[in-house]
Design a protein around this ligand. Structure first.
Ligand code: G4P
Length: 195
């Protein structure tokens, strides 16, 4: 999606060959009108698939998920990284390890909000190693929900996330696919090569 690629080039900061900072429009400050356009694009890609819920993982996935769900006119369910005391029963849980952050957490979803009748779209900001998304897939499968796919804003295509999702039978749609990062340098997979 040209709009997102141009924003990344204008405001993103490639810190090194692994990390792209997008604090000014995704991770720290959010431009609502811009985020709404990204949500519209994700929603239009997955339209007509009978999606009943959008799920995301706190915290940076919430904005794109909400914008997508708003267009699809379905609820958003937010998976938690730390089970709150108020959520202590009826939970599905799975351990997720973040390679980028070097830590693990228990991804948690309430049994109340997702059932076998749901056809779910997963939305997140980044697809990197795919550990977060495959954790979400495990929880949805525990709930016997079906999965329409994963929609992400930014895929780091040089990391194994897409392959891991494919192995799980999950289709991925990414608005911007980064083939290479280096200090102050970002390269994209051209849109015509997108699969
Ligand atoms: P995965 O999400 O694909 O499993 O990969 P990984 O475990 O490596 O990434 C974990 C966290 O790091 C995620 O945030 C992800 O969004 C973030 N991340 C990965 N690569 C980048 C990057 O290049 N730039 C930025 N800004 N973030 C990156 P999280 O733990 O879910 O945190 P939150 O921001 O959603 O709270």
């Amino acid at each position: 999606m040209k709009l997102l690629e141009e924003k990344i080039l204008a405001e993103g900061k490639a810190v090194n060959e692994n990390i792209l900072k997008v604090d000014s429009f995704i991770n720290h400050q959010i431009d609502p009108a811009f985020m709404s356009e990204l949500g519209r694009e994700l929603a239009s890609h997955f339209a007509d698939q009978g999606i009943t819920k959008v799920i995301t993982i706190e915290s940076s996935g919430i904005a794109p998920a909400l914008m997508t769900a708003c267009i699809l006119n379905v609820p958003v369910v937010i998976l938690k990284k730390e089970p709150s005391k108020a959520l202590n029963q009826n939970l599905y849980q799975t351990v997720v390890t973040s390679y980028t952050k070097g830590s693990s957490y228990e991804l948690t979803m309430s049994k109340e909000h997702i059932s076998e009748n749901d056809h779910v779209l997963i939305v997140d900001d980044f697809l990197a190693n795919g550990e977060t998304a495959t954790g979400a897939v495990r929880l949805l499968r525990k709930a016997h929900a079906t999965i329409a796919g994963l929609g992400v804003l930014i895929e780091k295509s040089f990391q194994p996330g897409r392959e891991k999702l494919k192995e799980q039978g999950i289709s991925v749609y990414a608005l911007a696919r980064i083939s290479k990062l280096a200090e102050n340098q970002v390269e994209f997979i051209p849109e015509e090569n997108e699969i």
